[in-house]
Design a protein around this ligand. Structure first.
Ligand code: NDP
Ligand code: GUE
Length: 297
């Protein structure tokens, strides 16, 4: 069997067309342009690439993009002052502070200083609590994108056993919450899990969010299971270049799985599209307008 490919690149492109339609309608009917501010502290090359492509896609769907690049010597007080200014700016509906932050900055403090209504990453404790209790929240973009791909492929996820590998605040934990919300039976695995292979072999749905290149081999996958690869790892190639791979060994997993989201072209593009979706949702909520269907859960 050869797995069905969950084409996040194509799904995200369609989602951006839908978003562009909502943005145009907001502008026409209300004279409002949704705005997204991205704050990048330091010069991490991978973060720079991500911030650039995010800015480009923000403008492509007709939204305003505000980029703030600060030196890696920026003090916490200066960063908090910038966030206070963005919180108060009515043209800014979404704020994203690129993680990880340089070590001298307390990321919990920084994230919790963002107005929860503008927290389009969904990382503020108030949004984490809302998600955990099944209330309307800003939902973290990467797990939201994974859920959209899973629902699109399966329809209902009820009763499926999902194994999420990774327990970070930005991917693993919110992913588990969303799957639970869709009535999956959820197992969260991590670096201290006793027998990861045996655990993963039970899964109908595997979400790998670890940060270890190709660590999940095909013989861990139950035949026909769905595999969602969140990992972004750059590895060296034989010709001296580099290439992007996920946390699963694609070829061996695709040979057994029923469906698989590849890297690149799977979850990554969905993350950016969901960031734009969250910004439109935040903009509608801020203006007391009905939020468009299909942009969140
Ligand atoms: N495509 C996208 O849009 C995005 C991709 N990413 C990528 O996803 C990956 C994960 O990101 P993130 O969640 O931030 O990473 P973190 O480093 O914050 O978390 C990694 C998790 O993996 C667990 N882990 C580490 N080693 C093992 C192991 N050998 N077996 C089982 N579990 C293990 C850790 O366990 P423990 O808690 O015990 O240490 C931890 O819970 C990275 O490659 C990142 O680049 C991230 C965000 C968005
Ligand atoms: N506050 C915050 N929010 C984030 O959402 C956040 C963050 N910090 N820090 C870093 C991680 C990583 N992340 C990615 C988003 C898109 C791709 C993406 O578009 N990937 C493409 C490939 C890109 C390439 O070729 O380099 C793909 O998988 O097809 C990857 C990674 C968001 N993150």
């Amino acid at each position: 069997m050869k797995a069905h490919v969950l084409d996040g690149k194509a799904f995200a492109a369609k989602l951006r067309v839908t978003i562009a339609g909502h943005v145009a309608a907001l502008h026409q009917a209300q004279g409002i342009v949704p705005g997204l501010a991205v704050v990048l502290v330091g010069e991490d090359p991978a973060s720079q690439v991500y911030v650039r492509s995010k800015g480009k896609m923000t403008r492509e769907v007709g939204m305003q993009s505000f980029e703030h690049r600060l030196p890696d010597t920026t003090s916490e007080a200066d960063l908090l002052a910038l966030i206070a200014q963005l919180n108060a700016d009515p043209a800014v509906h979404g704020i994203l502070v690129q993680l990880p932050l340089p070590g001298h900055l307390n990321s919990d403090l920084v994230i919790n200083s963002i107005d929860p209504a503008k927290d389009v990453d969904g990382f503020h404790i108030s949004n984490v609590g809302l998600l955990g209790t099944g209330q309307k929240a800003m939902v973290p973009c990467t797990p939201l994108g994974c859920l959209m791909l899973l629902r699109d492929h399966h329809g209902s996820l009820a009763g499926k056993h999902a194994v999420v590998i990774g327990r970070s605040n930005i991917v693993g934990k919110p992913m588990a919450q969303l799957l639970l919300g869709d009535s999956c039976t959820v197992t969260i695995a991590h670096s201290r899990t006793a027998d990861l292979a045996a655990m993963v072999r039970q899964a109908d749905i595997v979400v790998a969010a670890v940060g270890r290149a190709q660590m999940v081999p095909g013989d861990w996958i139950k035949p026909g299971a769905t595999v969602v690869d969140v990992g972004i790892n750059r590895i060296a190639t034989d010709d001296g270049g580099t290439r992007l791979v996920g946390d699963v060994d694609y070829d061996s997993c695709a040979a057994v799985a029923g469906a698989i989201a590849p890297v690149p072209g799977g979850v990554g593009p969905m993350t950016i599209a969901c960031l734009l979706a969250n910004t439109v949702t935040a903009c509608c909520r801020a203006n007391g307008l009905a939020e468009p269907a299909g942009l969140t859960v």
